[in-house]
Design a protein around this ligand. Structure first.
Ligand code: HEC
Length: 174
């Protein structure tokens, strides 16, 4: 009889603990991941665009294929708000390479060959809006080290950066 006492106590303890845990779990007030709706990939049918619709966004392929001269900014580059917003974006996305003074002396860029371009050089300042937009978006061909930022920066933010870069003008001779 004594031999059975310990297993019997264990059984009781395990049963009690199990029921306590289940009660706690059943009354758990917060959402459980397994109870929230989950959609597996392709479980929902892929949306099909109605015939006759023309996409107004996501035209990245069109921007890439466009001739740079045909590519015009939809923003008013003379608007100080646009330029100011472009400056903020520059600080986030470009400054680390092109530098605080826009001369290409950023902290990150110094290991690059070629080095980041001076954005106030006559070369950059003579580029059209479309050229700048494409260089920022898709990089520069050949040995170019300019990163392609199309998937990093939204289209309109890229145009804001273009407006800001063009507002810098050519660096006055020192
Ligand atoms: C990771 C570093 C890096 C970042 C970030 C970066 N650039 Fe550059 N950029 C470079 C380098 C390096 C070059 C020069 C490479 C070359 O000539 O191909 C360059 C070249 C350029 C040029 C010269 C294009 C030309 O026609 O020669 C422009 C304009 C430019 N960058 C603008 C920008 C702007 C605006 C941003 C932010 C949206 C930016 N870059 C972010 C490294 C960077």
């Amino acid at each position: 009889m004594k031999k059975l006492l310990i297993p019997a106590i264990l059984l009781v303890v395990v049963t009690v603990v199990y029921h306590l845990l289940m009660t706690y779990d059943n009354n758990f007030p917060y959402g459980r991941m397994r109870e929230t709706p989950a959609v597996r990939p392709y479980e929902k049918p892929i949306l099909v665009m109605e015939a006759g619709l023309v996409p107004v966004g996501g035209g990245e392929a069109l921007f890439r294929a466009a001739s740079p001269d045909a590519l015009k900014s939809p923003l008013d580059a003379g608007d100080p708000g646009v330029v100011e917003a472009g400056k903020k974006l520059y600080l986030t996305y470009c400054q680390q390479c092109h530098g605080k003074a826009y001369d290409g002396n950023g902290t990150v860029g110094q290991s690059f060959a070629p080095l980041p371009t001076d954005l106030m050089s006559p070369h950059v300042q003579s580029e059209s809006e479309g050229q700048l937009f494409q260089h920022i978006s898709y990089g520069i061909g050949g040995s170019g080290r300019q990163p392609a930022l199309a998937t990093t920066i939204q289209v309109m933010d890229r145009w804001r950066i273009v407006a800001f870069v063009r507002s810098l003008g050519v660096r006055p001779p020192s």
